[in-house]
Design a protein around this ligand. Structure first.
Ligand code: FE2
Length: 378
């Protein structure tokens, strides 16, 4: 259940209801006094995991087998915290069976039928991931490969949305989160698994992000903008929860794993080119995006590019990669499962071309056009 616009220090204790609980959070939130605040309001948990890193790895999550089980888990943080908490609940339900956990992640083996993970209450502190309403978690292999923990029993029982937790977020985190949510909504539309309902959710999320992301970037303490972005990210999460992601996410993972680019930048800087690529397959599917952006279908790539320039996405992305970096990636640029969801079939060379062209098209990325940079690098 999603609890909108609530004070998490009131809502979470009410949901815990005197039961034994485990708190999962990041060092950042721990240092900002979140552990003290929430335990002061809800009573002491049986265990605190207060050191979730960005992009948690399998080996990190497996260390959580030592955490004392409880009636429920509360995750306070961004996508990494919520994903690590899902890993914890799955591992606890598996009785700490690490080989079975790894077989699921690495080989896609289903989790056992009798799996009963403890309920998970998510309190997102960023607006983007949508993990508070999805059944999966991203967990990284120590070899920088991305794996998915996926099971309907991992849906959080509750998501508590408190926009005050998003106030004062740094610009890059706001930008990355907002664009991640935008990417979730758009990828739900050009997706083989789309439904009329996921299209409607995507339109709502895209429209809200278009109206409010710039305000959140310009005025980090604008509570109204934060509230709207938080709700939009959750709505985009519901859309993605139906469809999974597609080509833009498929292309993104090496940029995060190898160059440390924040996920939301990596999965969004290609959106204008991915839109254009997919529009060539079936433009009629793009009404849901055009309506959200408030433009004609044919103008979607140009409207996105102009908007990205306004938000200086090129500068943000250029901080992490150059065209030469993309050249060095070989053809290993797509994740098959995500690409298979995409409206139009794609191969590694095409994905690479999309990434290079996208980087070249971003003003301020310092990359020049893809063709020029390729020439310079050869
Ligand atoms: Fe994403």
């Amino acid at each position: 259940m999603v609890h909108l616009d609530r004070d998490y220090l009131e809502a979470v204790p009410a949901l815990i209801g005197g039961r034994e609980w485990v708190l999962v959070t990041s060092t950042g939130w721990a240092s900002r006094g979140a552990i003290k605040a929430i335990t002061g309001a809800a009573g002491a948990p049986v265990a605190v995991v207060g050191d979730v890193p960005e992009n948690p790895t399998i080996s990190y999550v497996e260390k959580l087998t030592s955490v004392k089980p409880a009636d429920l888990v509360v995750a306070l943080g961004g996508g990494s915290v919520m994903d690590a908490a899902k890993g914890l609940t799955a591992l606890q339900a598996l009785g700490g069976d690490i080989p079975r956990f790894e077989a699921h992640l690495r080989d896609g083996e289903p989790l056992p039928e009798n799996l009963r993970p403890p309920p998970l209450i998510c309190v997102p502190t960023t607006s983007g991931t949508g993990s508070e309403v999805t059944r999966w978690a991203t967990i990284w292999g120590d070899e920088k490969v991305k794996f998915s923990l996926t099971d309907p029993r991992l849906y959080p029982s509750d998501a508590v949305l408190d926009p005050s937790l998003c106030l004062s977020k740094p610009r890059e985190l706001t930008l990355s989160g907002g664009l991640d949510a935008l990417s979730h909504a758009m990828e739900a539309v050009w997706n083989n698994n789309h439904t009329p309902e996921s299209d409607r959710l995507a339109t709502t999320a895209i429209g809200s992000i278009r109206r409010h992301l710039s305000a959140a970037l310009e005025r980090p303490d604008d509570i109204e903008a934060r509230r709207e972005m938080q709700v939009a990210a959750t709505i985009a999460g519901f859309a993605m929860g139906t469809t999974q992601t597609a080509l833009a996410h498929s292309i993104s993972y090496p940029f995060t794993a190898l160059f440390g680019m924040p996920h939301g930048l990596a999965c969004s800087f290609t959106l204008p080119a991915v839109a254009e690529y997919n529009m060539a397959e079936d433009e009629s599917r793009f009404g849901a995006i055009a309506e959200g952006l408030g433009c004609e279908i044919a103008d979607i790539p140009a409207v996105l590019s102009a908007w990205f320039d306004e938000m200086k996405l090129g500068t943000a992305v250029g901080h992490y990669i150059s065209a030469a970096d993309i050249d060095g990636l070989g053809e290993n640029l797509i994740t098959r499962a995500r690409a298979a969801n995409n409206l139009r079939a794609v191969d590694g060379a095409t994905a690479k071309d999309i990434a290079k062209r996208s980087l070249g098209d971003l003003s301020g990325s310092g990359a020049g056009s893809g063709a020029e940079t390729a020439k310079a690098a050869s």
